[in-house]
Design a protein around this ligand. Structure first.
Ligand SMILES: [Zn+2]
Length: 275
């Protein structure tokens, strides 16, 4: 069975769903929405794989080290639960071999989320860059696309990608929750990148120009749940079954039918993730 929509970037393995993860996944699959749970450090990457193994169809995983998790000071309860609990953020040092082993799992469809985040952790820039380049190399070795997180660092992102251009694959990867400008988007499109858009497009008009710039054959949908809940569900915890709200809004911004958005975003995700 082909899915109706694909949530190309979500995190239902996070602590925010510890009491009802199975129901959340069931609601999503019942609505015809497949999902890709994105790892952010070793334990959340392993948990993403565990969920993919538990569900034979429609649930996939990515593995990677998020730039903010190279910094000891970061702890988000929705992601990791109470401090000192099962999950810990500990300024993780990137272990190439450990991630490589996880990355070879057949239901792992991308490497990340990896990239640069200068919003919360500017003093760790050099460390972030090293960890990002290691994951570019891992993606090249296991032949899977990159799932890139970039916040307030688009000029440096482009520099790192240019410096490592020879390591990028024909379809290099996905820029998740793109927040750069039109020029950044154009340069990334030239390199072959895909873009995901999420809940923010339902309540902010700041992204309309970018959404119009990125062609339908390079767009995918994401919830980034538990974060950035789309309208009309604002104030609640986000989840993949809310994805149609984002698809509807993208259709409106681009001036096309909902079916066209569904068709292209699903095809794009199935091609890039090889699912
Ligand atoms: Zn994310």
């Amino acid at each position: 069975m082909k899915p109706k929509l694909i949530d190309a970037h979500t995190h239902v393995q996070f602590a925010a769903y510890q009491d009802d993860v199975d129901e959340v996944i069931k609601r999503s699959l019942a609505a015809g929405i497949w999902l890709v749970n994105v790892g952010t450090q070793l334990d959340t990457s392993r948990d993403a794989i565990a969920l993919a193994e538990k569900h034979p169809e429609g649930v996939y995983a990515t593995v990677g080290l998020h730039p903010i998790h190279t910094d000891k000071s970061f702890h988000d309860k929705q992601e990791l639960g109470e401090e000192g609990g099962e999950f810990t953020s500990r300024g993780e040092v990137f272990n190439y071999e450990a991630y490589k082993q996880l990355a070879q799992h057949p239901k792992v469809v991308a490497i990340g989320e990896c990239g640069l985040d200068y919003y919360r952790s500017a003093e760790f820039r050099k460390k972030q860059e090293g960890v990002f380049v290691s994951q570019i190399e891992l993606a090249q070795e296991v032949k899977k696309p990159l799932m890139i997180h970039c916040r307030q660092a688009f000029d440096d992102l482009l520099n790192v990608l240019r410096d490592n251009r020879h390591k990028l694959q024909t379809v290099p990867g996905i820029i998740h929750f793109f927040s750069g400008d039109v020029l950044h988007a154009t340069k990334l499109l030239d390199m072959g990148f895909y873009f995901t858009f999420g809940g923010v497009v339902t309540f902010s008009r700041d992204y309309d120009e970018i959404v119009k710039t990125v062609p339908l054959n390079h767009i995918m949908l994401e919830t980034d749940a538990p974060y950035v809940t789309p309208a009309p569900h604002r104030g609640k915890r986000n989840e993949p079954s809310y994805l149609p709200e984002i698809a509807k809004k993208l259709a409106e911004i681009k001036g096309v039918d909902l079916e066209e958005i569904a068709h292209h975003t699903t095809e794009n995700a199935m091609n890039i993730f090889k699912i």
